[in-house]
Design a protein around this ligand. Structure first.
Ligand SMILES: [Zn+2]
Length: 206
């Protein structure tokens, strides 16, 4: 899939309107409904996404994830890079949300790795794909309710203390729906001594 100028112009970027400082959900109400329903853990400083998960971006991410269109990763990472700079993040380490070994074998690659690696290169930040691991296999989050998503990924990650202790870490994923996966990653990183954790995703589900 090629992302032409017309496709790119259809990406509906987040951050052009006021957003919740915690969960990054837009538009910002006085009392964030999203945070009330799915309170983010203290370990996650903030969660930001580049654009809404719809239209050409949704199709592009589908190609990246399920159709081995792996070169799209470099292209799509541009929006993550813009977001990283716009948010003024200063990470010591960039880490992708890991797949379970089983899913990695099935798919052959981790789509979050294809986005996080070019981001780390452009930002000049050390990249540590091994810093976070899945400690158990989890169901696909697709089709699960918010509560089921949280239960599905609770305690599913473990971070390598040698790599993350004292570090400011940005965790990268392709899509965020309720933020349950990023929250579980942040808790694992925090438990392993990470100083600060931010979550960045390319897309945010509506
Ligand atoms: Zn919020």
């Amino acid at each position: 899939m090629r992302l032409c100028a017309d496709c790119r112009s259809q990406f509906r970027l987040l951050g052009n309107e006021a957003i919740c400082p915690r969960c990054g959900y837009a538009p910002m109400p006085t009392d964030c409904e999203n945070c009330r329903r799915h309170p983010p853990p203290a370990a996650l400083r903030s969660l930001r996404s580049a654009a809404w998960f719809e239209g050409p971006l949704r199709r592009a991410l589908h190609h990246l994830k399920y159709q081995r269109d792996i070169l799209l990763g470099d292209t799509l990472a541009e929006w993550l890079c813009d977001l990283y700079y716009r948010e003024g993040l200063a990470a010591d380490l960039i880490v992708p949300v890991p797949l379970s070994p089983q899913r990695l074998r099935e798919r052959g690659y981790n789509q979050a790795d294809l986005l996080a690696r070019p981001l780390a290169e452009w930002a000049g930040v050390p990249y540590a794909p091994g810093a976070l691991l899945r400690s158990r296999h989890t169901l696909s989050q697709v089709g699960l309710s918010a509560d089921e998503r949280r239960q599905n990924v609770a305690g599913a990650f473990v971070a390598d203390r040698r790599l993350v202790a004292g570090r400011q870490v940005v965790v990268v994923d392709d899509v965020c729906t309720t933020g349950a996966t990023l929250a579980a990653c942040a808790e694992a990183l925090h438990a392993a001594g990470a100083a600060k954790v931010w979550g960045l995703t390319l897309a945010r589900a509506l």
